[in-house]
Write a protein that binds this ligand. Sequence first.
Ligand code: ZN
Length: 230
Amino acid sequence: MLLQIDWRFLLLGEEEWSFLPEVLFRSAIMFIISLVAMRAIGRRGTKQGVFELVLIVTLGSAAGDPAFYKNVGILPATLVFVAIVLMYKIVNYITARNKYLDDLVEGKYARLVKDCKFAVESCKLDDLRHDELFEDLRLKGVMHLGQVEAAYIEASGQVSVFFLPDDKVVHGLPVTPELHEAQLDEIKEKGIYSCAYCGHTKEIKPIKHHPCEICKNEKWVRSIKDIRVK
Ligand SMILES: [Zn+2]
């Protein structure tokens, strides 16, 4: 049996030629909707640049659908690519020239750690889950915040870490689960403790309740001062 191709059906699927301009328009709108949605989810949820994800989402089905859905034509799918690439170029052009729009579209970095504790004043830690942050820090080789001079959540969703030299490492909040989960309400013996929430570290004498001076949290974790093993 010879392979017979219905070229019109292959190119257009079940649509008419008049549908093609509409595809461009629809694609542009879906690009904007995806962009807004990804921004709303935020970089911590998407774990990558907003732009890259929008491209993957919008182009994904356009590339896949005509490959195995009989009624989806190749031309409409190709026009989706044209529209999305154009939109991408346009938004890139505009945001490269306008800092405000760039922050609006792609997001801005947030300071995560400053001077060996979480920068609670500059980033709302409530929005950021401790377990995820700790995971990111551990993946960067951080054992406790006393090793970290500064850390940022970049617009791309990645975390960048700047370490203190070994001889400048101080006591800090451990980010390993075993140590961080051992939280204390009551300090029974004198020692150096870190606030389980913000990482504020200090010597505390035995006391029943001791709210953190920075964030008012009352749970404490024994600080550690290990240097990094390289
Ligand atoms: Zn605190």
